[in-house]
Design a protein. Structure first.
Length: 317
């Protein structure tokens, strides 16, 4: 055998020995890794075991992939409740809002359909084991749009003495879009304006609400544009002034008796009325209905009304 063959044979022998050694060590290393992983899982499971938890707060259902030209008219359940399993450490501070519940409407047609609810946890360590209800009924209708008028709905009353004398809205008409049966119910897009305690005119952007002829709100209908500019004009119609109260005494007390002190409560009243009415009141005071002293032999105490001109009122009385 030549020297070259002997050297080649020696190299092959050494390679075989080396590979055998590596394979043997690799098997040992792999076995060690498996044992270490098993031990880690055992310890972790004892210190941070998986536990079950139910969420009583419903998770809002989101409708996704609604086909073009269609719209959702009704959803049997707006939210679902879930039961989960997760390591104890994951449950601390976990909220229902961190889960996402969706209903995929891909390929759905008009009518009422039962569709599965898919709930996605915030991370892969959390498992959703139960969804209630697991399916929801969805009613699908053709999507429709139409124009409706914009109406202003003032609520509350301005400050005493002020009156609503004018109102404007821009735009005067808007477009509502949604399921055809619900769009058909829309009578107007309403801008609600709170005038409670208001004493100056105002102009502000107000969100519009689709409502029916009975002023009931209609959901699942979009308004475009979503808001309108509402201008409210207030005018001061009433003013207030203070006047003394002058009791109207008639008749004479019994023989041998005289009128001593006359006390009035309240002595001063605040009268509110249009300016021309206030100017008609005698500045010396406001009279009362008659108080008879005829044949009186003791103190006379009466609750009487004020003689106010038409259109006037007493604050707090």
């Amino acid at each position: 055998m030549s020297l070259v063959h002997r050297v080649a044979g020696g190299i092959v022998f050494l390679l075989r020995e080396a590979i055998g050694s590596i394979v043997g060590n690799l098997g040992l290393a792999l076995m060690s890794l498996i044992m270490a992983l098993s031990l880690w899982l055992f310890v972790t499971d004892r210190e941070n075991p998986r536990e079950a938890q139910a969420f009583n707060n419903p998770i809002s259902v989101e409708l996704v992939n609604v086909p073009e030209g269609l719209a959702v008219a009704n959803l049997s359940e707006a939210g679902v409740r879930i039961r989960i399993e997760a390591p104890r450490s994951e449950l601390d501070g976990l909220r229902a809002e961190e889960f996402k519940a969706t209903v995929d409407l891909s390929g759905i047609s008009t009518g009422t359909r039962s569709v599965a609810v898919d709930v996605t946890p915030p991370n892969s360590r959390i498992s959703v084991v139960q969804v209630t209800p697991a399916r929801v009924d969805v009613t699908i209708e053709p999507r429709r749009s139409r124009d409706v008028p914009v109406k202003i709905s003032p609520i509350g009353s301005p400050e005493i003495g002020f009156e609503l004398v004018g109102e404007q809205v821009d735009p005067q008409r808007v477009t509502v879009t949604g399921p055809e049966s619900l769009v058909e119910l829309v009578d107007a897009a309403v801008a609600v304006v709170n005038l409670t305690g208001q004493r100056v005119s105002l102009s502000q952007r107000v969100q519009l609400e689709p409502r029916d002829a009975n002023d009931g709100g209609i959901s699942r209908v979009a308004v475009e544009p979503e808001s309108a500019t509402v201008t409210i004009e207030l005018e001061r119609r009433d003013y207030s002034l203070q006047f003394p109260v002058n009791p109207t005494l008639v008749g004479a007390p019994a023989s041998g008796f005289d009128v001593g002190a006359v006390r009035v409560d309240p002595r001063i009243v605040t009268v509110t009325a249009p300016l021309e009415v206030l100017q008609s009141i005698d500045t010396s005071g406001i009279g009362t209905t008659e108080i008879s002293l005829a044949d009186a032999r003791d103190d006379v105490i009466r609750t009487v009304e004020l003689n106010l001109p038409e259109g006037a009122r007493v604050e707090g009385g």
